[in-house]
Every structure is written in structure tokens, then in C-alpha cells.
Ligand binder design. Structure first.
Ligand code: PMP
Length: 441
């Protein structure tokens, strides 16, 4: 496309940018699940700010809440001082959490990004326990700041930087399709848990147990991989037995995306620390940690920051949470996620390159594999990132924005706004099918 905005972006903006290279669009307008480029072309946005836009673009209620806040004369910036907007945000957020957890929870507002929330969780748990080591998982993504990066499961982006990592230990995430334990299904879950138990106990080493384990209930950037419920329950049991804080990163999964308001609810477990961002700000930057008050042992001022708890983001967040709860968009996400998954699974029958279709709610991934190459362990074929990117380009031509992610860069990610309708889900599947056909032609 010959759009002057794209030309200027290509000339000026850093090489580090990635979405705009693969999705070369300069957007002029957006509403609901759609965005429009300079040529007037409409696209269905299945990236939706990496899952941020639960209510889609420019939802009228969110826009009205922002206008009302601007017109109200309330201060827009208060550091940590409270306002009616902040008070309402905290009350509503706590009311949305499982009651047992909320009853003993405290909240800390963090800098505006998900990574800021992760940094706070690391500091909090290390301060409270007086221990240093943190366990993370292969394929994990928690952000790009030093602490969050140290916990990244993908080594490629961090090794050249010599990222701080001495206090981090990585364990395999239960990625059943590629069987990290050499075993699938239930046997794999048992193997994974026994590995965690060995690390937590390790009587030979004489070292302290870790301060925390940081986990995503569904890995997003790592390739849309839901952890098995029994593995999560085992992780909860083991961390509790050994006095290790369980930090659940729901930056991407929180607020209905997976079919429950919080993804940890699928496993009936409760975190010690919950990290939230993305959807809670209704499309504006906001992150918080909500944690068991027993951990609240840091000194006043131990975690400060100028831009915490942005008033406009909280106003947008209040409205977003209100709509999600009033319209049961979490239940809708479960239903429509199932519908989209069924469409994608039907496509697998004729397309062996769709190696795995998986997900939870409206967080769905399709792993693209090279069907011409031999099967690896237990049936998985090698990932095919080149084909995934070709499908992405062809889908864009069909008016469908999809992001490609995963540890081999071969998982097509479907993260539509939660307001998507059944007809729109069918349309997404139809456009994907057309893009797939064009890519394979
Ligand atoms: N945790 C998870 C699970 C994420 O998906 C992301 C972002 N994709 C982050 C943390 C980091 O959030 P941010 O990009 O806002 O720093």
C-alpha cells in the first residue's frame, strides 16, 4: 500500500517494531471488531491490542465514560491519592474476584504496562519471603523489562543481552502437543509435577526454596497453550506445601477472555499474587497486582512510581468490567470460542498443515506445521513459521488481522474482542479459510 503514514513510519521508526512489519497498516478509524485503513478497507481485528480490547474499539459506553470523566472536573493525575473513579475501580475489581480471595487481598497500582505489574510481583514476593530465586516456565512471556525478561521462556531475545537471570530457574511448561516431558496427557502432567516438587524440595542442595513461581494459566505469546487443570492444581498444592508464593500472570487472560472472569477459576485455585493489565484499563494503559495481605510486608515507598493508576484508564476499566459482567461476556467467550474452535478443527480435516487447534474461550491458537516433514515425538510435525507468515499475509488480504506467535513463530493467534457475535465468528472462520486456501495455492 502506498500510504504516506506507512512511508514515514518505515523511514523513522526503529527496527525493533514488529507488528507493523508483518501487518503493514496505517489505521484511520475503528469501531467494534473492525478497523479501517487509509484506503477505506475494513479489517476484522483479531489481535485487538494483543487481547486488550475486550469491548472492541471505541465502545460507546467506554467513550462516554471517558468523556464524562474529562468533563467532571476530577483531577486526571493524583499520584496515589484516591478519587471517586479510583474508589469505584477498586470496589468493582474486588467484587469481580472470587470472594475468598478478595476478602484477604490488597491491591497495588503499578506503572502502566503488564511488565510493570510483573516487576512489582517479583519485588513483592522476594521482599516478603526474604528469598531470591523465582521459578518460571519454558515459553513464558511476562514483558520486556529486565525482571520480566529474565523470566521469559524463549532464550533468543534475552541471551544476547546477558539479561539478569541468576535468580531465575526455568521449568518445562505442559505443552502437550510438543510433549516437553517426553510423555503426553496425564503421564506428562505427573512428570511435570514431580519435576516441580524436586526443585521445590531439593534436600541435597541446602539452598532456600524459591520466593515465587510465576505462571500463565494459558500461555499467550508462547503459543496459546492452556495448562491442564490438574497440573495447575498440583502447582498450587506444591507451592502452598512449601511456602512458595504462586504468582498468576493474567495480563492477557484476565477479565473474561478465557470463558471465566479469571482464568485461574477454571482450575478452582487461588493465586497468592494476581497480575492484571491489558483489558482492565479498557484500552488505556493500567496494571495492578492484587495479592494476599500476608505478603504485604514491604515498607512505605518501597514501590513508588509517578504514573500509576491513571484516572482515565480506571474510568474506562470500570465501564469495561461493568459491561463484561452485565452482558456475561465471559460466558459468551466460552460459547463463541467453542464455535470458532469447531470451525478451525473442521478445517484440519483437509489441511494437515493445521497441526494443532487449541485454546480456552476466545484465546485460540492454530499451530502451523510442515506436513511434508516427518513427525517428531508423539505425532507433532515440525513447526512452519514461514507458512504461518504467508497465511497471515493472505488473511490480511481477506480483511482479517491475525498475529503470529509461539515459540517457533508458527502459531496463528485469534484474540477477537469479547463483543464478537456468532455471525462474526463465522465470518472470521470464512476469511481464515480463504486466506489459508490462497496461502497454499
Ligand atoms: N504478561 C503476559 C501474559 C502478556 O501477554 C504480556 C504482554 N503480551 C505481558 C505480561 C507484558 O505486558 P506489557 O506488554 O504491557 O508490558
Amino acid at each position: 500500500q502506498d500510504d504516506p503514514l506507512l512511508r514515514r513510519q518505515a523511514a523513522r521508526e526503529s527496527n525493533a517494531r514488529s507488528y507493523p512489519r508483518r501487518i503493514p497498516l496505517a489505521l484511520r478509524q475503528a469501531g467494534g471488531i473492525y478497523v479501517r485503513d487509509g484506503a477505506g478497507q475494513l479489517y476484522i481485528d483479531c489481535l485487538a491490542g494483543a487481547g486488550t480490547l475486550a469491548l472492541g474499539h471505541n465502545h460507546p459506553d467506554v467513550v462516554a465514560a471517558l468523556r464524562d470523566t474529562l468533563d467532571s472536573g476530577l483531577p486526571l493525575h493524583t499520584l496515589d491519592l484516591t478519587t471517586p473513579v479510583k474508589d469505584r475501580f477498586v470496589e468493582d475489581l474486588f467484587a469481580s474476584l472470587p470472594a475468598d480471595f478478595a476478602a484477604k487481598a490488597r491491591i497495588q497500582f503499578c506503572g502502566p504496562t503488564g511488565a510493570d505489574g510483573i516487576e512489582a510481583a517479583l519485588k513483592l514476593t522476594r521482599t516478603a519471603t526474604g528469598r531470591r530465586v523465582v521459578l518460571g516456565f519454558s515459553g513464558a512471556y511476562h514483558g520486556m523489562t529486565q525482571g520480566a525478561l529474565a523470566l521469559m521462556g524463549n532464550r533468543a531475545p534475552k541471551e544476547p543481552l546477558g539479561t539478569m537471570g541468576a535468580d531465575v530457574q526455568m521449568l518445562p511448561y505442559p505443552y502437550d502437543y510438543r510433549c516437553p516431558f517426553g510423555l503426553g496427557g496425564e503421564a506428562g502432567v505427573d512428570a511435570g509435577l514431580s519435576l516441580i516438587e524436586q526443585i521445590l524440595v531439593d534436600p541435597e542442595s541446602g539452598v532456600l526454596p524459591p520466593a515465587a513461581v510465576v505462571v500463565e494459566v494459558v500461555q499467550g505469546e508462547g503459543g496459546v497453550i492452556p495448562a491442564p487443570v490438574r497440573w495447575l492444581q498440583g502447582l498450587r498444592r506444591l507451592t502452598r506445601e512449601h511456602g512458595v508464593a504462586l504468582v498468576v500472570d493474567e495480563v492477557q487472560t484476565g477479565l473474561g477472555r478465557t470463558g471465566r472472569l479469571y482464568a485461574f477459576e477454571h482450575a478452582g485455585i487461588e493465586p497468592d499474587v494476581l497480575v492484571l493489565s491489558k483489558a482492565i484499563g479498557g484500552g488505556l494503559p493500567l496494571s495492578v497486582v492484587v495479592y494476599n495481605q500476608d505478603l504485604d510486608r514491604w515498607a512505605p515507598g518501597a514501590h513508588a512510581g509517578t504514573f500509576r493508576g491513571n484516572q482515565l484508564a480506571m474510568a474506562a476499566g470500570v465501564e469495561t468490567l461493568r459491561r463484561i459482567r452485565a452482558d456475561r461476556l465471559d460466558e459468551q467467550a466460552a460459547l463463541l470460542g467453542h464455535r470458532l474452535t469447531q470451525h478451525l478443527k473442521a478445517l484440519q480435516i483437509d489441511h494437515a498443515c493445521l497441526g494443532d487447534v487449541r485454546g480456552l474461550g476466545l484465546m485460540i491458537g492454530v499451530e502451523i506445521v510442515d506436513e511434508r516433514r516427518p513427525q517428531l515425538r508423539l505425532g507433532a510435525r515440525p513447526a512452519d513459521g514461514d507458512l504461518a507468515r504467508t497465511i497471515q499475509r493472505r488473511c490480511l488480504e481477506q480483511g482479517l488481522i491475525l498475529e503470529v506467535g509461539g515459540r517457533h513463530g508458527a502459531v496463528m493467534r485469534f484474540l477477537p474482542p469479547l463483543i464478537v457475535t456468532a455471525d462474526e465468528v463465522d465470518e472470521i472462520a470464512a476469511r481464515f479459510q480463504a486466506g489459508l486456501k490462497a496461502a497454499l495455492a
